[in-house]
Design a protein around this ligand. Structure first.
Ligand code: SAH
Length: 351
């Protein structure tokens, strides 16, 4: 049993079942035993591989897309270049390398990384050693100036709540304890008026922090200019129970070994879009594969391929396929872009 499982069992024995949101927060970000506090999650040697860790081409495409959006908005002389949940710092490093030649872009950028994990902050500092970078704990610390932002696989690790339609109406899915093990249990009472009715057994997931963060970003962009690119796995409206745990590249039981696996849920892009709309416009949902193709990933892949041979060339071709093919990440991962009302949508996005 992990130390965090013991802590949570003791807490539940003391004060009763906890919500899934509380469980996710503790498992991912507990200051001593949380997954992002204690693990090096990313990469082949970690538990999962993200798009920027698959190939430099991902960050290059996103960087050029953000730089084009900056130019489309008359290249403001001071702006925030931000990333939410930057992991090892690979994506921001590739964005900065790809945009080095764009006149004035680096000179105008205040680079801000929003990162909750102190150990990942220090890894990001190493990766981005040659750049002047600041860290923020939340988006509420972002300055009031144009904001060009990317978030890749950030929203999926924000805490969700789950509600299930039963004979008694909507009941919240909680986590309790039985014989010294954690287990799911339904809360007795949940206010039923909040959700419309649905067939018995329907699972509804909500992520209040994703909504709040998106509204904060959209407000800054609506009032100051900028563009936010949000990429993740999920759907316009995901259905069913999407809570999952991944350890060593395999799915595992989300209630087992607390703090030792990555916990995520699919992103509800419709709810992000609704959160942004009072402040700014939102592009249509665009599949990652289509977005990267439109941004020119295949031409870039061909250029890089001319310098590669044998195993390195094979890996490069596989990486291009993995990022774009509908059977791999191309369709599962999707993106939206937030820009000020009336602005040009960033390159590659559905309007
Ligand atoms: N974007 C990176 C890493 C994704 S993993 C990539 O594509 O490789 C998720 C990242 O979000 C990690 O850096 C994690 O520490 C960070 N994170 C998770 N919850 C957070 C929160 N509530 N606030 C800020 N950062 C958070």
């Amino acid at each position: 049993m992990t130390p965090l499982t013991e802590i949570l069992l003791a807490q539940i024995a003391r004060s009763g079942p906890i919500t899934i949101a509380e469980y996710m927060t503790q498992c991912l970000l507990h200051p001593k035993h949380g997954y992002y506090t204690t693990h090096q999650p990313l990469g082949q040697a970690g538990d999962f591989v993200t798009a920027p860790e698959i190939s430099q081409m991902f960050g290059e495409m996103i960087g050029l897309c953000l730089a084009q959006a900056w130019m489309d908005q008359a290249a403001p002389a001071r702006f925030t270049l931000a990333e939410l949940g930057p992991g090892r710092g690979t994506l921001m490093a590739d964005i900065l390398r790809a945009t080095k030649g764009i006149a004035g872009f680096h000179a105008a950028a205040d680079i801000v990384l929003v990162e909750a994990s102190p150990s990942l902050q220090s890894q990001q500092a190493q990766t981005l050693g040659s750049y002047d970078v600041q860290w923020a704990n939340t988006v509420t610390e972002l300055p009031e100036q144009p904001l060009f932002l990317v978030a890749n696989e950030f929203f999926d690790c924000l805490p969700i709540s789950q509600f299930i339609r039963t004979n008694h109406g909507w009941q919240e899915q909680m986590i309790g304890a039985n014989d010294g093990t954690l287990g799911f249990i339904l809360a007795a009472h949940t206010p039923t008026s909040v959700f419309s009715d649905a067939p018995l057994g329907t699972v509804l997931e909500v992520c209040p922090s994703a909504v709040a963060i998106t509204a904060d970003i959209a407000r800054i962009i609506g009032e100051n200019g900028g563009a936010a690119i949000i990429l993740d796995y999920g759907d316009w409206v995901p259905t069913g129970d999407t809570l999952q745990a991944v350890q060593n590249h395999k799915k595992v039981d989300p209630l087992h070994d607390c703090g030792a696996s990555d916990l995520t849920a699919h992103v509800n892009f419709h709810s992000l879009s609704e959160a942004a709309k009072p402040f700014a416009q939102v592009s249509g949902l665009t599949a990652q594969g289509i977005l990267l193709e439109r941004l020119g990933i295949t031409a870039r892949a061909q250029t890089l391929a001319t310098q590669l041979h044998e195993k390195a060339l094979e890996n490069h071709i596989a990486a291009h396929r993995r990022l774009t093919h509908p059977d791999e990440m191309g369709q599962l991962f999707k993106a939206i872009a937030i820009t000020p009302n009336g602005a040009t949508h960033p390159a590659g996005f559905e309007t």
